[in-house]
Design a binder for this molecule. Sequence first.
Ligand code: PMP
Length: 425
Amino acid sequence: MANDELTGHSPAKPQSGRTVLDPHFDPHLDRYAARTAGMTASEIRALFAVASRPEVVSLAGGMPNLAALPLDTLSTQVAQIIAEDGLTALQYASAHGLPPLREQICDVMALEGITAHPDDVVVTVGSQMGLDLVTRLFCDPGDVVVAEGPSYVGALGSFASYQAQVVHVAMDEHGLVPEALRAALRQARITGRRVKFLYTIPNFHNPAGVTLAVERRAEILEICRTYDVLVVEDNPYGLLGFDGQTYPALHSLDPDNVVYLGSFSKTFASGLRVGWVLAPPAVREKLVLATESATLCPPTLNQLIVSRYLATHDWQSQIKTFQQNYRERRDAMLSALEQYLPPGCTWTKPDGGFYVWVTVPEGVDTKAMLPRAVSAQVAYASGTGFYTDGSGSRQMRLSYCYPTPERIREGVRRLAAVLHSELEL
Ligand code: PMP
């Protein structure tokens, strides 16, 4: 067969007589754009299939726990939106986002000290799309993005798809270390590398579970100003502090040099895919143009659902309920880690958000251990997925957001048993 001679590929012949190609063979390989080279399935996504088997306790994913949402009220409201305003709700709308929702988003951001004009808000399909658009606007291939080490896997995916290079900067229990940031920016300047922005998750970090100390915030902003580097602040968890505490957004301290990404995924409903970007006017105009070419507009119906929910529901009490649920799960995880993990393991102690970052003793490789953990019916995200430089093999991210406290305890118990046997090898 000519095709197979050209490709050197040997087709399998099933009983039916039809020729079936090797599923890993890709006949389009030499057609793809160079930027696809960085597009690899995230380790976490690859795990989803196994981790979602009911017998496996998954501490791997970061799915919000939506059980507390008022589904009856929501279904009535969705029906009302379609009955009263269906022809608008089901129609295209502005790429910028619906004006009433953009006003409400400003009220949400005010809780973290941001004073914003609705014109400067661009509604996106989750903050993931905000990340994609911002990277598209700023990064040429080879440009540098500075990010915490570890960093959010979905952001690393966006940076890779625009062929940006990531330079990781160390964190400690108080978040990004200012001196490490200064050193990284100085080094980039010396070596002539163009840093386009600092990507940072200041609150309840994914995956590290730490929060940037308030005293460090102005310093980080000042360092970025000194090196003429934009700040991209990604803040999906900021309202999920377990004591209801909030921290001043970086945007509130330097609005002209910070692009802020927000989301309703963790405070309302992730499946609606409604997020936003708050940006200085010139950047915002480019974001609207980029949205037009990416999706024409964010989904109208979903924007109306969020808008009605914010207008008619006590959403701040709903967030308090979410905080309590996550706090209970965080407590279960921290006490189980204390009780079961072998000596030599350390972990962060989040006071909000979804994640604990665990460091295991030398000699244990969390990526290599993962199949053994899954056989023991527990899954986690190995640390290597959260770096672009090969670090993270002694780390793992444990999510406590989704399972019940009992399942979390059982998951940690199973994980500890796997760790004990790795250490005995
Ligand atoms: N940023 C961070 C830090 C996240 O953890 C997530 C989701 N896990 C996102 C952005 C994307 O969120 P969404 O697109 O659902 O708003």
